[in-house]
Design a protein around this ligand. Structure first.
Ligand code: NDP
Length: 246
């Protein structure tokens, strides 16, 4: 039996990058998958089509994570379409960087709404539907623990907040058999951080392995955490970063 057979997963920001890889991998593991997106309807539809082509079940829902009602509606859509919700992957984020003096109030508010408030609100909505074996998995960042360049204060702050949320929710939801974990990817080849970008060589040089990750390499750890083999892992921050923080 596949390790996520009979489970329903919701992946925020599943239209491309790491979120799309997670959606495809969880579907491969047997889960029914709902992906949310903000603007990328076509890319989200491609992910859904790819899952369906392999015999899986999937749905794309437009939902800006900055809008609390949209998040709740996405959770409701998952439950209405697939009959429940077992796995939440908080993946969507914005990457607004720049010197402190250049950060506008709108940048700060947007980052906190999408990167910090949304994971908490999505967890709040999702766990209402979860039973024993439920999973809340959030995507952090390598720069939560090591900010090697100037300009990362806002983004790094938003990602560090997720460690506190993860630990506290693990305590709160443990008695219900729901695990809560945080995965910190290292530099990963996506639209947000292309492996052929202007600073990519320097960034890759900060890892022990000397290279970027493929999104599927991050998704592999998410699939493990989502499955039964990880049932005793909770409150953890796991680095999948090629040794960036070593
Ligand atoms: P991408 O920019 O490639 O993809 C972002 C995804 O999030 C898209 O699906 C996008 O949807 C969605 N999204 C963005 N904003 C919103 C929103 N407001 N509401 C709903 N969906 C939204 O990012 P990555 O795949 O690189 O990053 C995924 C996660 O990994 C993020 O949490 C990021 O912080 C983290 N991370 C990435 C690293 C990297 O090197 N790539 C390193 C460390 C952490 P749409 O298509 O509609 O725009």
């Amino acid at each position: 039996m596949k390790r996520c057979e009979g489970k329903v997963a919701l992946v925020t920001g599943g239209s491309r990058g790491i979120g799309a890889a997670v959606a495809l991998r969880l579907a491969e593991e047997g889960a029914d998958v709902v992906v949310t997106y903000e603007k990328g309807a076509e890319r989200a539809a491609e992910v859904v089509d790819a899952i369906k082509a392999r015999g899986g079940r999937a749905l794309a829902v437009q939902a800006d994570c900055a809008v609390p009602e949209a998040l709740t509606a996405a959770v409701d859509a998952a439950v209405a379409t697939f009959g429940g919700l077992d796995i939440l992957v908080n993946n969507a984020a914005v990457f607004l960087v720049g010197p402190l003096g250049d950060l506008g109030r709108a940048d700060i508010d947007r980052t906190l709404a999408v990167n910090v408030r949304a994971p908490l609100l999505a967890a709040q909505a999702a766990v209402r539907h979860m039973g024993h074996g439920g999973r809340v998995i959030t995507i952090g960042s390598n720069v939560a623990d090591r900010a090697p360049f100037p300009g990362l204060s806002l983004y790094a702050m938003s990602k560090t907040a997720l460690a506190g949320m993860t630990k506290a929710l693990a305590r709160e939801l443990g008695p219900r058999g729901i695990t809560v974990n945080l995965v910190h990817p290292g530099p990963t080849d996506t639209d947000a951080n292309p492996a052929d970008g202007p600073n990519a060589e320097a960034i890759a040089g900060l890892t022990a392995l000397g290279r970027y990750a493929e999104p599927a390499e991050i998704a592999a750890t998410i699939a493990h955490l989502a499955g039964p083999d990880a049932q005793y892992v909770t409150g953890a921050s796991i680095h999948v970063d090629g040794g960036f923080t070593a």
